[in-house]
Design a protein. Sequence first.
Length: 69
Amino acid sequence: MKQYVYTYQMILIEGYSKKSKKYLYGKNSQNIIVIVPNVYDIGKIVKIYIYACSNTVLFGFKINKLNHK
């Protein structure tokens, strides 16, 4: 699982996390579960930055790009 940390992954958001409604879960193309904050629509595919992992789960969030002028 460590090979996914500090990478971007495309995630299909599938539903609420078992532990808290504050988080959603989805899966990447390798069918690995990813936990993200509850700021996305269920059923959408989003690009997520993976910042941590456990033995079976990845943890991530979306990074907003800044526009520099």
